[in-house]
Design a protein around this ligand. Structure first.
Ligand code: FAD
Ligand code: SF4
Length: 497
C-alpha cells in the first residue's frame, strides 16, 4: 500500500469537484496540499473521434446505459477528467427563485445561489448563440411554440468558437465546449492542485481515502503509478456524482449513522420525441440545443428542450420496431426532435444503495404522476411538431407508430394513457440529483446547508447529490454554485484546524 498525505482531498472532477478544486487552489500558494482523485482518464484531444458507440464506451459509465434496478430507465453519466461536463451539452441556466423556495432548505437563499452562478456563467463564457448558428430543428421548435403561445426561451450556451458539429454529448472534438476539463481543472492545476486520474476511491475511513490507480490504456497515464494507495487528508470533499457519492459513503466506515443516505434521489425522467418532415431539414450542423419551453413546468410538471441525438440513440428511443422504425431512422435528415424532462418528486424510496460488491444500485419507481406528465407531454409535442409543419409524429403512447398530420385533430383518440407502458417506452436521463441532500434534519438529509456531512466535521459533499429536490432546469450551473459554497466552508474550517 503506497502512502500519500494531503491537506484536502477532492474525490471526482466533474461540475462539483472541478469547481471546488479551482476555488480552493489559491491556498496552494500558502503551502496547502490539495489533490483531486478522479476515477476516469484524462482524454487527449485526438481521442474525441465523434464516433457514437466508441465514444459512448470510452466516456460513460456502462456506455451511457446504466440501468435502474427494475430496468425501467437508463442513466447517462461520465467517467473522465472533467466528469459529465466532458459530455454535457453546455446549456447554462440559473435556477429559478421559485425552485429554491420549493426546496425550502433553511439558510439556502436564491440570491446567494444566483450570485455564485453568475461567476460560473462568466468563467464558462456563457452566451446566446447568434441566429446563423441555429439550425432548422431548433428554429422550427421556436416558431411553433410562439404560434401556439407557449413560452419559449433561447438557451445560453458555454462555448468558445463552436464549430456546430453537434457532437457535444460525445465529447467536443473542437475544444469549443467549456467544462471543468477546460476551465476549472487547468486553473486549479496551474495554482498547484494535483489531479490524479485513473484513480478510483474505494472507501473513506478515519480521514484516509483507500484508492486504486490503474492504467486503462486510454488517454494520458495517471501521474501516479498503478497500485493501491492510502491517501491521508485533513478534509475530504466527495464529488463523485449523485450515483457514486452515496455509494462511496455506503462503502465507507463513517463515525455516524445517516438514515437519509442514498434517499430522495431524483433524475428528471426523460424521453426523446421525434417527428418526420416531408423534406430534409438542417438538424445535424449547429449546436444541438438552442431553445427550451418551461410553459408547462407549473401546470403539468414537464420541461421541453430541443435536441438532436445520434442514430443509435435515436433508434433505441423509438417505441417499436420493424418497417416503420426503419423508415424513420433511415431518413435522419428529415427528423425533428424534442427532449421531454419530467419534474419528479423527491421520495425516500427512490434511492441509491449498493450491492454486495459495493457497486451502486439505483432503486427508482416511475410514479403515476410522473408517467402522467410524460403522457401529457406527448400530446403537447405532437401539437408543436404539427405546428412546425411535420408530416407525421412518432408518439410512444400512440395507438399506431405514426400519427399523420391529417389526423392531428384526433390526438386525444390516437394518443392514449394505456399505451404509455413502462418497458415499452425508452426512458433515460442525464440529470442525476439527490442522495446526500442538504438540510437540517438528520432523518431527511445527509449534509448541512454548507455540504458538511452531519456529524463528520472533516467530510463534505460537493456535487449533484446535495440537491434536496429536483432542479427543474438543467443543473450544472447550480451544482457549481453549491460547490462554491462548500469550498468557502472548507476553507474556513481548514483555517480553524
Ligand atoms: C449527456 C449529458 C448532457 C448533459 N447536458 C447538460 C446541459 O446541457 N446542461 C446542464 O446543466 N447539465 C447537463 N448535464 C448534467 C451535468 O453534466 C451533470 O449534472 C453534472 O456534470 C453533474 O456534476 P457532478 O459533479 O455531480 O458529477 P459528474 O460531473 O458526473 O462528476 C463526477 C466525477 O466523479 C468521478 N467518480 C465517481 N466515483 C468515483 C470514485 N469512487 N473515485 C474517484 N472518482 C469518482 C466520476 O468519474 C466523474 O468524473 C448533462 C449530462 C449528460 C450526461
Ligand atoms: S456543437 Fe459546438 S460545442 Fe458541440 S461538439 Fe460541436 S463544436 Fe463542440
Amino acid at each position: 500500500m503506497i502512502e500519500k498525505e494531503f491537506d484536502i482531498v477532492i474525490i471526482g472532477s466533474g461540475a462539483g469537484g472541478g469547481a471546488v478544486a479551482k476555488e480552493l487552489s489559491p491556498l496552494c500558494k500558502e503551502g496547502v496540499k490539495i489533490a483531486v482523485l478522479e476515477w476516469g482518464p484524462k482524454f487527449k484531444e485526438t481521442d474525441f473521434t465523434g464516433q457514437e458507440l466508441e465514444m459512448a464506451n470510452k466516456l460513460y459509465f456502462d456506455g451511457g446505459g446504466f440501468l435502474t434496478r427494475d430496468k425501467s430507465m437508463t442513466f447517462a453519466f461520465a467517467k473522465a477528467y472533467g466528469g459529465s461536463t466532458v459530455v454535457y451539452t453546455g446549456t447554462s441556466l440559473t435556477i429559478p427563485r421559485e425552485t429554491v423556495s420549493r426546496w425550502g432548505v433553511p439558510g439556502l437563499e436564491w440570491e446567494d445561489i444566483k450570485r455564485r452562478s453568475q461567476k460560473y456563467l462568466q468563467e464558462n463564457n456563457v452566451h446566446l448563440l447568434e441566429e446563423d448558428h441555429l439550425n432548422d430543428n431548433n428554429k422550427l421548435f421556436y416558431r411553433a411554440c410562439r404560434n401556439l403561445n407557449y413560452k419559449v426561451e433561447q438557451f445560453p450556451i458555454n462555448v468558445r468558437d463552436c464549430q456546430g458539429s453537434g457532437m457535444c454529448n460525445l465529447g467536443c472534438p473542437n475544444a469549443a465546449k467549456q467544462g471543468t476539463h477546460r476551465v476549472q481543472l487547468p486553473a486549479a492545476e496551474k495554482n498547484g492542485v494535483i489531479v490524479v486520474t485513473n484513480c478510483k476511491v474505494n472507501r473513506i475511513q478515519d480521514r484516509v481515502c483507500y484508492a486504486t490507480v490503474s492504467n486503462p490504456g486510454v488517454g494520458y497515464p495517471s501521474v501516479w503509478e498503478p497500485g493501491e494507495y492510502r491517501v491521508k487528508a485533513k478534509m475530504v470533499v466527495a464529488a463523485a456524482g449523485a450515483v457514486n457519492t452515496p455509494a462511496l459513503l455506503f462503502r465507507s466506515h463513517l463515525p455516524t449513522r445517516l438514515p437519509a443516505l442514498g434517499r430522495y434521489f431524483t433524475c428528471h425522467p426523460a424521453f426523446i420525441l421525434v417527428a418526420q418532415h416531408s423534406k430534409p431539414i438542417t438538424n445535424y450542423w449547429g449546436h444541438p440545443k438552442s431553445y427550451y419551453c418551461d410553459h408547462f413546468v407549473e401546470s403539468k410538471k414537464f420541461l421541453l428542450e430541443t435536441c438532436m441525438y445520434f442514430p443509435f440513440t435515436t433508434a433505441k428511443n423509438l417505441a417499436g420496431f420493424g418497417q416503420e422504425h426503419s423508415r424513420m431512422v433511415s431518413r435522419m435528415d428529415t427528423l425533428q426532435m424534442i427532449l421531454v424532462l419530467a419534474l419528479d418528486p423527491a421520495l425516500p424510496e427512490n434511492r441509491v444503495t449498493i450491492d454486495r460488491e459495493g457497486n451502486p444500485v439505483v432503486e427508482y419507481r416511475l410514479t403515476e404522476p410522473v408517467l402522467d406528465s410524460l403522457f401529457e407531454s406527448i400530446k403537447v409535442c405532437a401539437r408543436i411538431f404539427f405546428a412546425a409543419g411535420a408530416e407525421r409524429v412518432h408518439a410512444p403512447a400512440g395507438k399506431k407508430f405514426f400519427v399523420e398530420s391529417s389526423e392531428q385533430d384526433n390526438l386525444d383518440e390516437l394518443i392514449v394513457r394505456e399505451e404509455l407502458k413502462v418497458g415499452k417506452v425508452s426512458i433515460t436521463t442525464a440529470h442525476l440529483m439527490g442522495g446526500c441532500r442538504m438540510g437540517e434534519d438528520l432523518a431527511t438529509s445527509v449534509t448541512d446547508v454548507w455540504g458538511q456531512v452531519h456529524g463528520v466535521p472533516w467530510l463534505f459533499v460537493a456535487d449533484a447529490s446535495l440537491f434536496p429536490q429536483c432542479a427543474e432546469i438543467n443543473p450544472y450551473i447550480t451544482i457549481m454554485a453549491l460547490a462554491d459554497r462548500v469550498a468557502e466552508r472548507v476553507k474556513s474550517r481548514l483555517a480553524s484546524l
